[in-house]
Design a protein around this ligand. Structure first.
Ligand code: AMP
Length: 230
């Protein structure tokens, strides 16, 4: 790909920020604005995956939330925003995590069918089937509790699994709890509080520090003004 192609990922000079659509994108816009950066295209209406900003040296790539750490790890993006849930699953290799942005706050919880007595199943040492996208976090959580589980990896709509008998429990992120309530599920354990973090490629931090640092500082100042909901 030639360097003049509008789709080329530049090796230097420019900065690429990786974001996922939805809440993380929306909540990152005010932080970008604090750094004087305005995204000039809307990922909800545009099909483009590389979005321009008012700064010709900064572009935003739109990727799946769980892919943000991978793009940053390999340097295809210089920095990104990812939830703690996603970072725990990724492992954080090759990533520098300077700031808890306190955006997209939620919690990771265990939930079961309303009629299922989770506490006595755990007390009796029952082997539980747990469906989740977050297998690493779930494995560590149940191992620490000494609960035997068979983990079933899903990629979405975890709430469905207990309803149709695929699992006894799910591990999922919960915000208002409305999705659980709508599906007659109850939250029985909170595993951890979640918020989104700024992540930076370790090489980019060294090689592009001059360009990155003012943006990181602006993000830090703007996010420290966000009241913590955790
Ligand atoms: P809620 O009904 O508000 O509890 O939201 C729960 C649904 O939204 C679940 O399907 C979650 O997977 C998703 N969700 C809520 N908050 C977040 C978040 N901060 N990041 C990713 N997914 C979320």
């Amino acid at each position: 790909m030639s360097a003049s192609s509008p789709f080329a990922i530049p090796a230097s000079g420019q900065l690429i920020l990786a974001l996922s659509k939805g809440r993380i994108f929306d909540d990152t816009l005010p932080l970008l604005a604090a750094a004087g950066i305005v995204v000039t295209e809307d990922p909800e209406t545009s099909r483009k995956l590389i979005l321009a900003t008012n700064d010709p040296n900064v572009r935003v790539i739109i990727v799946r939330a769980s892919d943000v750490p991978t793009y940053v790890q390999y340097g295809a993006a210089d920095f990104g925003v990812a939830g703690k849930d996603v970072l725990m699953e990724h492992g954080g290799e090759g990533l520098y995590q300077p700031i808890d942005l306190k955006i997209a706050a939620c919690r990771m919880s265990v939930a079961v069918n309303a009629g299922f007595d989770y506490d006595s199943a755990v007390r009796q040492g029952a082997r539980l089937r747990v469906a989740t996208k977050f297998v690493q976090t779930a494995r560590e959580h149940f191992a620490a509790k000494g609960v035997h589980v068979d983990l079933i990896k899903l990629y979405g709509s975890m709430e469905l699994a207990p309803l149709v008998g695929l699992s006894d429990a799910i591990v999922d992120v919960v915000s208002t709890g409305n999705t659980l309530r709508a599906n007659n599920l109850v939250e029985v354990e909170t595993i951890m509080q979640i918020s989104s973090r700024l992540i930076v490629n370790q090489a980019a931090l060294k090689l592009k520090r001059e360009r990155l640092q003012p943006i990181l500082d602006a993000f830090e100042r703007a996010s420290s003004a966000i009241p913590s909901t955790l």
